[in-house]
Design a protein around this ligand. Structure first.
Ligand code: C5P
Length: 221
């Protein structure tokens, strides 16, 4: 552990996509690379925090100098987060699947030759950010969520902050023409209880460094 303003603090970070199984060989996923979450974990560790990094199956290399917990599904991610608490702060950068397949098959679903098509039924996944934000006991002092939006970004993200009960929302526009999802840059607006601040477009590591510095201002020694 490095010396720094976050020395002695424990911070939980979720990152990456989740995979929701259909059967033993197939799953539903999303395009999250884990790049922004990894950069945030790295930045927090660089300021001296002890970081628990709960990651879905991301392509991106894992951050160094943190405790990595690898999970696959949203349900596993929630369990790992609960296990990782208590924490002084939590940053939920994962792109958690909203739905899982209600009853994943234990064996590979086969074509039976009749042309019959499989039908998938879905069940809602737990909202990890909302669950932790609304804890009565053991809530981290600072809970940060993300909001990837394609339109009316600030209004949607402000509503999301209130609905979920987190302290800050890092909102970004992930419309395809921005090139942000899967890209190396990000342009975010940080939304808190008394307004918002828009940061210029910069590299994801720079966004992470700036966010880590702000977190440090709030919970750092
Ligand atoms: O509602 P939406 O998915 O847009 O909210 C995004 C924020 O909520 C992110 O911080 C994400 O990590 C978190 N989230 C979560 N669990 C879910 C869905 C989203 O923690 N099931």
């Amino acid at each position: 552990l490095l010396d720094g303003p976050l020395r002695g603090k424990h911070i939980l970070v979720t990152s990456g996509p989740t995979h929701e199984p259909i059967d033993p060989v197939r799953y539903i996923a999303n395009r999250s690379s884990g790049a922004q979450g990894t950069a945030i974990a790295q930045a927090l560790a660089g300021l001296g925090a002890r970081v628990t990094f709960v990651s879905g199956p991301a392509d991106h290399p894992m951050p160094e100098g943190v405790d990595v917990v690898r999970v696959e599904t949203a349900a596993q991610m929630l369990a790992a987060v609960e296990q990782g608490l208590p924490a002084d702060a939590a940053v939920f950068a994962a792109a958690v699947a909203d739905w899982r397949v209600a009853s994943a098959s234990d064996s590979k679903i086969k074509k039976d030759g009749s042309g019959a098509l499989p039908v998938l039924e879905f069940a809602e996944n737990p909202d990890i950010l909302a669950t932790v934000s609304q804890k009565v006991e053991g809530r981290p002092a600072l809970v940060v969520g993300f909001a990837a939006e394609t339109d009316d970004v600030i209004n949607h993200a402000t509503a999301k902050r209130q609905r979920k009960g987190c302290d800050w929302i890092v909102a970004n526009d992930v419309s395809p023409e921005t090139g942000i999802m899967g890209g190396s840059e990000n342009a975010v607006t940080l939304i808190h209880n008394d307004g918002s601040e828009s940061w210029p477009r910069m590299g994801k590591q720079a966004v992470a460094d700036r966010l880590a510095a702000k977190i440090s201002e709030v919970i750092g020694g």
